[in-house]
Design a protein. Structure first.
Length: 169
């Protein structure tokens, strides 16, 4: 009889029902013996799992990889960013000093995804296109000092609001 893949050695049961969403067929053996066992995988330096136990607590493997690269534990408030946008445990990582820098990286990745240049372009949230920064009006309430919609979309929205005001809506 197969045993639990977390390394505890407990026997696993057979699946009673098929669950296509999770990739389980009726009659196949489960991978783990019970709830919480998928989080017990030990990190041995060669195989990477999504969640592992390190220093007595559960920790994501990408954080352990970042600590190994630094040679010391990560400081408080540091976030680890997947540079290619995937959740692949073997993927490239960037160690971000704070949450704000991590958000900046994601914003720049979004601009690249929409086909723009992250140094000169911004995405209009209304028309969902990457446009030059000069196409956005200034706005003091945002971190970059620019509005979230381009000037063309702002004009369209303003004309709709004026028409609604005239109609009494």
């Amino acid at each position: 009889m197969p045993t639990c893949q977390c390394g505890c050695g407990e026997p696993v049961s057979r699946a009673k029902l098929t669950d296509a969403r999770r990739g389980i067929k009726r009659g196949d053996y489960h991978r783990f013996s019970g709830p919480g066992h998928y989080q017990r995988t030990k990190y041995d330096g060669s195989s990477y799992k999504a969640v592992t136990v390190a220093r007595g607590r559960n920790q994501m493997i990408h954080r352990i990889r970042a600590e190994n690269a630094l040679g010391r534990p990560l400081p408080k408030g540091v976030e680890v960013h997947h540079a290619d946008g995937s959740r692949d445990p073997y993927g490239p990582l960037v160690i971000c000093p704070n949450h704000q820098y991590h958000r900046l990286l994601h914003a720049r990745m979004r601009v690249i995804k929409f086909g723009g240049n992250p140094n000169t372009d911004k995405i209009c949230y209304r028309c969902k296109t990457a446009k030059n920064i000069a196409d956005f009006p200034r706005h003091r309430g945002t971190p970059d000092g620019l509005a979230n919609r381009c000037k063309a979309c702002a004009c369209i929205l303003a004309s709709i609001q004026r028409a609604n005001a005239r109609a009494g809506l």
